[in-house]
Design a protein around this ligand. Structure first.
Ligand SMILES: C[S@@+](CC[C@H](N)C(=O)[O-])C[C@H]1O[C@@H](n2cnc3c(N)ncnc32)[C@H](O)[C@@H]1O
Length: 380
């Protein structure tokens, strides 16, 4: 019998970080969605779900999803909730079915749970159709061991309804190391959908590291899906030489804000990722944060914010979008603005020319949506 890899019998730390992000994101976002009456159905698709419960007792993605659903059902139970868990390995699905029956029976009747053991390519068309269900919101989690047959077009199709979110986990190092090797067809096919060969050659020439590559891939994903979608990434460093990256796609800025909140909850210094403790010294970003405490993000963001506001015509709506697209939360921007306001470096004024109330920046999703030109900012 083939020997199982360790990650199949115990949940490794980096996998725990992965499901922690998943759980935090779902918790944040479900708390918003549950109060949006327009969406009467919430759908969850975990297409590479694994067996649910690891032999060491840790929970994998399907159980994390069910846990978060349970929490919102306790608060407000009026939605239809559908979960679909798939893994090509029938043994794993059998185990998952058992765990759902024994440990999640309280959800039966309230949540429709379906499982299947298919190659995900066989069910993708069905999932894409489901994302178009009227008044539904869909979350798709794609957590493969590799990236064979995963394409940007699939991601685009999953997003096409503009009512879905996709979270995909990629072994960045493998992609990064193998990207120039034409024998690695899966890799070159995957990367070359996003980045041209010429661009790759130039990157190779400039000797970028895998951290930088993760950002380049994010920009390439952004180009691939188009400007109407938001793309974000979260890096997970497993050990000195292995970097994974989660890429998140959404058509809704509020969805992105909730993902950012999850990231910042896990990495309060940079909102960028998780690292194994042993790798700390290896990572320039994290070691800088050790010396500088929590000012690292502020130093970077302050400069960008100053450039953005320099034209003196920016509105609160533009500020919110700039903040979220920049990977920051309104509280980060507001903290900087407050200091500038206290030091007389910025004024915030209403459309009639009066000064806004001190400390009010209207930098929220609600104002972005409903009153995006409530105030303007002027640097002095
Ligand atoms: C990284 S594991 C998923 C771990 C799971 N998300 C968790 O949190 O525990 C990847 C899973 O994909 C399954 N798999 C591999 N190839 C697949 C395919 N073509 N279609 C569907 N599932 C596949 C494997 O059996 C494995 O359980």
């Amino acid at each position: 019998m083939a020997k199982k890899r360790k990650s199949q019998t115990t949940m490794l730390d980096h996998s725990a970080a992965k499901v922690e992000l998943l759980g935090k994101y779902l918790e944040n976002y479900l708390n918003v969605l549950i109060n949006v009456d327009f969406f009467s159905t919430l759908q969850f698709y975990d297409l590479f779900c694994g067996e649910g419960l690891y032999p060491d007792g840790k929970k994998g993605s399907p159980l994390i999803i069910l846990d978060e659903i349970r929490k919102i059902l306790l608060k407000k139970g009026a939605k239809n909730i559908d979960c679909y868990f798939n893994d090509s390995d029938t043994t794993k699905i059998h185990k998952l079915d058992q765990v759902i029956t024994t440990k999640n029976s309280d959800l039966r009747g309230q949540v429709q749970i379906e499982t299947s053991s298919q190659d995900y390519t066989n069910i993708l068309a069905k999932v894409i159709t489901k994302t178009k269900t009227p008044k539904s919101k869909t979350f798709v989690f794609i957590d493969p061991y590799g990236y064979k047959n995963i394409s940007i077009n699939q991601i685009k199709s999953l997003l096409d309804s503009r009512k879905s979110e996709v979270l995909i986990w990629l072994p960045l190092n493998h992609i990064f190391r193998a990207k120039y090797n034409s024998k690695e067809d899966a890799v070159s096919n995957f990367v070359e959908q996003l980045i041209s060969r010429e661009e790759l050659e130039e990157l190779s020439h400039n000797r970028i590291n895998s951290w930088t590559f993760s950002e380049i891939l994010k920009d390439a994903f952004q180009r691939g899906v188009g400007k109407e979608y938001y793309v974000d990434n979260f890096r997970i460093k497993k050990d000195k030489s292995t970097l994974y990256c989660m890429y998140f796609f959404t058509s809704h800025i509020k969805g992105l804000e909730k993902m950012l909140a999850a990231k910042w909850a896990i990495d309060a210094d940079h909102g960028k990722g998780w690292h194994h403790e042993d790798t700390l010294v290896q990572m320039d970003l994290f070691s800088q944060s050790k010396d500088k405490g929590d000012t690292f993000w502020a130093d970077n963001w302050r400069t960008k914010l100053k450039d953005f506001l320099a034209c003196n015509t920016r509105t609160n709506g533009e500020l919110y979008e700039f903040t979220i697209r920049g990977g920051f939360l309104p509280k980060h921007t507001n903290q900087i603005l407050k200091t500038w306001q206290d030091n007389g470096k910025i004024s915030v004024y209403l459309s009639n020319g009066d000064n806004a109330r001190k400390g009010s920046f209207y930098n929220t999703f609600r104002y972005y949506r409903d009153d995006s030109s409530k105030v303007k900012f002027k640097l002095s």
